[in-house]
Design a protein around this ligand. Structure first.
Ligand SMILES: [Zn+2]
Length: 63
């Protein structure tokens, strides 16, 4: 039964790593601001404001 025990340990380690990775990537998602018309080809800003191209208010989106 030693092999099964080792396998379980490996699975648990893998699951823990996956959970850590998942929590990390979700924490990375922050709110950014982009022009609703996408004037600048997906360019985003850290803070709300106006698009320098069309002067529209930037929209908050999650990255
Ligand atoms: Zn714009």
């Amino acid at each position: 039964m030693q092999e099964i025990h080792t396998l379980m340990k490996k699975l648990l380690t893998a699951a823990t790593l996956l959970l850590l990775l998942a929590s990390c990537s979700s924490a990375d998602k922050k709110t950014v601001y982009a022009c609703p018309m996408d004037c600048e080809n997906g360019k985003v800003y850290e803070k709300p404001g106006k698009c320098p191209v069309c002067e529209m208010d930037l929209e908050a989106t999650k990255r």
